[in-house]
Design a binder for this molecule. Structure first.
Ligand code: NAD
Length: 518
């Protein structure tokens, strides 16, 4: 039987040091209290006003402004005047209701969920259970800066649902991280694991922090104190974090090391699967680093086959050149597709004759972003979105394709590497314009699939060859793709709704089989 929403007793917590006690009572509440408080908060409408683009330094903003001037004076209107544009007519943006408050990200998830639940006739009890996360953990913890001062950080972990297996999901370090965003990302993880057919539930977490403002030593202390504050709210058989935006294998190694320091000595090696996405030498899996981008490419290959298109004839643009975006670009480039524009937090660059994904990556590694890359022309955000191509891969932040921006896209396919890049209003515009969408919960599932492989290898003390990982990933991605395609046909609906139906059907069956405790 399932105990949805019941928290685990006996957390290790962050109370080991006497001097921390006042901090814990004033800021670090027990989990049950935190959840109660959040439930109160979640009934309030959340009118999100923050931009999803993190603050950019004045220095970094400069090329965007300059590129605008150059583009205007050099007459770079290629995007609007090319004759070989994909045959997708641009339509005017729908009128924007100025007075309507913007829905929160989690409200967007609920909207997508409701659409699928209505269409498939989801059991009302299961619907009520899945509409709310099981646990929401908020921790405030102190960290000493290099200059000796103490700063207090806020971290989150939302455990949406564990009906299919232990909670699983990434950790994000970003100034925009808040409880609503983490709640949405956690729910997407539940659907993603169900669609991929792996025995995990959904969770997500993060710290509200701009990591660029901290030294490596400070980031290590922030990470270790966050892991310590989470205590037994994570665990190898309970909730397993992984990398996400601005986190990586190094951060996972620090979390693992901190967690292992809190378990009995003789059990340490049994617990290395507390995180995935670790460095290979510390128990990571071959192929995990590229897994999400690889999964995106497997989906695009399948889509191209379905449409009888050759990848070597196709062009693509990528938003975000971090883990997901750069791997997707490099792997797609190797298959012959041409990368024509890239945008990241530092700006956007375009070359309709082709950008070299490998050379661009070297530049990003040495300069911290695509800014000042000389192999293309500087363009602004709007011109980036207007760039004509066959495929657009959003691989940065959520809410990039909105009711206002979707009409600008001149592509045939949006392959969602990022989580939540398309708002419901953007989805409607894409549908009306006949632009295909491979939704995030399917398209970027490669990361969590290889995380599952890493978790299995750790449990069995095995290490698989890259070829084995790739073969297994391809098989899982292709069968998930086929399941969603079949659901879209059966229910005559769009792929996002179909993907949700695949996930919800699986979860509904589990709840029906096991019942509700007591
Ligand atoms: P990352 O930190 O490695 O890279 C993020 C990239 O996005 C950077 O290039 C950054 O400059 C860019 N970016 C940030 N804000 C931007 C903005 N406003 N406009 C344009 N570019 C912007 O992160 P990542 O791991 O590649 O994750 C990217 C997306 O993929 C996120 O939505 C994440 O949740 C999702 N995702 C990641 C994984 C994974 O395994 N890492 C798995 C599934 C989904």
């Amino acid at each position: 039987m399932l105990c949805g929403g019941i928290g685990r007793p006996g957390k290790k917590g962050a109370s080991a040091m006497a001097w921390e006690t006042p901090m814990k009572t004033s800021m670090g509440m027990g989990k049950q209290e935190q959840t109660a408080e959040l439930e109160g908060e979640s009934t309030m409408p959340n009118h999100r006003t923050k931009s999803t683009r993190p603050p950019v330094s004045e220095d970094a903003k400069e090329p965007i402004a300059r590129a605008r001037t150059e583009s205007d004076t050099t007459g770079d209107t290629t995007a609007r005047h090319r004759t070989d544009l994909p045959s997708v007519p641009a339509i005017p943006a729908p009128a924007v209701e100025q007075t309507a408050p913007r829905r929160s990200l989690y409200q967007d998830v609920v909207l997508q969920f409701d659409k699928a639940a209505d269409l498939m006739g989801l059991d009302p009890s299961v619907r009520r259970i899945l509409a709310k996360p099981e646990n929401e953990i908020v921790v405030n913890f102190p960290v000493r800066r290099d200059n000796g001062q103490v700063e207090v950080f806020t971290g989150y972990r939302v455990q949406h649902n564990d009906a299919l297996g232990p909670f699983k999901g990434g950790l994000r370090y970003h100034p925009n991280v808040d409880i609503d965003e983490v709640r949405a990302l956690a729910a997407w993880m539940t659907w993603k694991c169900a669609i991929a057919g792996i025995p995990f539930g959904g969770a997500k977490g993060g710290i509200q922090v701009d990591p660029a403002r901290y030294s490596p030593a400070e980031l290590e202390r922030i990470t270790r104190r966050f892991a310590f504050a989470l205590g037994d709210n994570i665990g190898p058989e309970y909730d397993i974090p992984a990398p996400d935006v601005n986190t990586n294998a190094q951060i996972m190694a620090w979390i693992m090391d901190t967690y292992l320091a809190t378990v009995p000595t003789h059990e340490r090696h049994k617990n290395v699967h507390v995180v995935t996405g670790k460095p290979i030498e510390s128990g990571g899996s071959q192929g995990r680093d590229k897994a999400t981008g690889q999964g995106v490419v497997y989906c695009i290959q399948q889509w191209a086959d379905d449409h009888k298109l050759k990848l070597s004839d196709l062009t693509f643009t990528v938003q975000g050149y971090g883990n997901v975006g750069s791997w997707a670009a490099r792997l797609l480039g190797k298959l012959g597709a041409k990368l024509v524009a890239v945008e990241d937090v530092t700006g956007a660059v375009r070359n309709l004759d082709g950008l070299d994904p490998e050379v661009l990556l070297e530049h990003v590694r040495s300069h911290g972003g695509v800014r000042k890359y000389s192999g293309g022309q500087w363009i602004d955000h709007i011109d980036f979105l207007r760039t004509p191509a066959d495929i657009f891969i959003p691989a940065a932040m959520e809410r990039q394709i909105t009711g206002e921006t979707a009409p600008w896209l001149a592509v045939r396919l949006v392959a969602e590497g990022a989580n939540g890049p398309t708002e419901p209003a953007g989805d409607e515009v894409l549908r009306a314009r006949g632009i295909d969408v491979i939704p995030d919960v399917l398209c970027n599932a490669g990361g969590v699939i290889v995380s599952y492989f890493e978790w299995l290898q750790n449990k069995r003390s095995e290490s698989w060859e890259l070829e084995e990982v790739d073969t297994k990933l391809r098989k899982k991605m292709f069968s998930a793709y086929e399941r969603v395609k079949a659901a879209a046909r059966e229910h005559r609906t769009d792929w996002r709704t179909a993907a949700y139906i695949v996930a919800l059907s699986r979860l509904e069956k589990v709840y029906k089989d096991r019942g509700i405790f007591p």
